[in-house]
Design a binder for this molecule. Structure first.
Ligand code: C2E
Ligand code: CA
Ligand code: CA
Ligand code: CA
Length: 279
């Protein structure tokens, strides 16, 4: 899309031209969506396997397009990243997740940690620690109730900058989770140096458990390694009892997935909070 206007090659590649047009239209719609407040955060609860209780949640954005079906983040986050719109959208997500958490706390519901996804561009191009500090001050949320989820590739892009950013977040009291762990290329020596509290095993390793022999090995190794480094390990995309049993057997700390709950609207998550922490 960046080439449009400068180049006329789109005339020779009708498919490319059409794709460019579509992403331009989508980019405009994303702008409007932000102004018209069409984004919604859903919250997926996490289960602590040690205690068998509700233990934190992940905020997941979706786009409620007025005359279309709800658009999943995989269909617009990549374009938002590419165009830079992820910065205002991501700021809205962070602010909304913290604001919602505080609303629940003010209503007297038991506090729970909320994990917010931060995309690579947000992490590397923005002063994310400053933004987090600002949002925490604005909303009055204590830092210990916030966790930041970032991918391995995001933290490995500029390790010098990562070191500074993660240290500032740690000093504030915000926790760091490495998302989709095992799918990227992070170096163990950096993992050890960075103040990371949680590893989240990617769903692709969980899908074929407990049969897939590679996945069994990889999952067990990630859990053991995380524990060796003093981290908590959470598995995402857990859909059935057999997967849960395997993960329990290997000492996984927490799970998140359809088996326990899909992502929920804020009002439904509030009902879970109100029921207390029993699963
Ligand atoms: P992710 O961070 O790995 O999120 C997990 C995805 O798996 C979510 O899809 C969630 O709804 C889905 N999921 C959870 N449990 C299960 C399960 O048991 N089975 C299956 N099949 N799926 C499950 P979603 O909401 O479509 O998000 C997709 C991706 O979009 C996320 O992957 C994340 O990379 C990105 N994303 C979502 N929300 C945000 C956000 O607020 N900010 C940013 N930067 N990215 C986001
Ligand atoms: Ca995530
Ligand atoms: Ca993930
Ligand atoms: Ca994933």
């Amino acid at each position: 899309t960046k080439e449009m206007g400068k180049n006329s090659f789109q005339f020779y590649f009708p498919e490319l031209n059409q794709w460019s047009m579509q992403s331009l239209i989508l980019e405009n719609k994303l702008h409007q969506a932000l102004e018209r407040e069409e984004f919604v955060l859903l919250y997926q609860p996490q289960l602590n396997l040690q205690t068998g209780t509700f233990d934190g949640m992940e905020a997941l954005v979706c786009w409620r397009h007025p005359d279309r079906e709800t658009v999943s983040p995989s269909d617009f986050i990549p374009l938002a990243e590419e165009t830079g719109l992820i910065e205002p959208i991501g700021e809205w997500i962070l602010r909304t997740a913290c604001w919602q958490n505080m609303e629940w706390q003010k209503a007297g519901l038991p506090p729970q940690k909320v994990a917010v996804n931060i995309s690579a561009r947000q992490f590397n191009q923005l002063n994310i620690a400053e933004l987090v500090g600002q949002v925490l001050r604005e909303t009055g949320m204590e830092p210990r109730w916030l966790s930041i989820e970032i991918t391995e590739s995001a933290i490995m892009q500029d390790v010098q900058k990562t070191r500074v950013t993660l240290r500032r977040l740690q000093e504030m009291g915000v926790t760091i989770t490495i998302d989709d762990f095992g799918t990227g290329y992070s170096s163990l020596s950096y993992l050890k140096q960075f103040p990371i509290q949680t590893l989240k095993i990617d769903k692709s390793f969980i899908d074929d458990l407990p049969e897939g022999s590679d996945d069994r090995g990889i999952t067990a190794a990630i859990i053991a390694m995380g524990h060796t480094l003093g981290m908590l390990v959470i598995a995402e995309g857990v859909e059935n009892e057999a997967q849960l049993d395997f993960l329990k057997g290997r000492g996984c700390d927490k799970v998140q997935g359809y088996l326990y709950s899909p992502p929920l609207l804020a009002e439904n998550l509030a009902e879970m909070l109100a029921r207390g922490s029993e699963a």
